[in-house]
Design a binder for this molecule. Sequence first.
Ligand SMILES: [Zn+2]
Length: 118
Amino acid sequence: MKGYNSDYGGGGGSDGSVNGEDFNSAGSNSVGQVDSVTITADVHSVPTTGEPNSVSKNYKDGKLDSERYYDGDGNAYLDIDYSDHGNPKTHPTVPHEHDIWFDDDGGFHRGRDKGINK
Ligand SMILES: [Zn+2]
């Protein structure tokens, strides 16, 4: 599943790159601490939990399709989508981001396309 995981840390920031892997090319201010970058390709759905303070970049057909960001507890909190999901009417802005949250029962929720928080 995981392509490769550069997880030897080393600071990181809210945008830029970790260990030579860039992320947040959308320039979103919603992105928090990122200590590691995971690369996946053609996964059916990106996991809702992952390495704490990390981002999972998912590629489709060799193109960056989405980035999912995980907080210090390893819970997803943000998606940045680099495609219109094949539906430009409901996703006119590319890239765009979606908030992610979990309810009290652990249910996974993903908000509407809200553009990019700059
Ligand atoms: Zn989207």
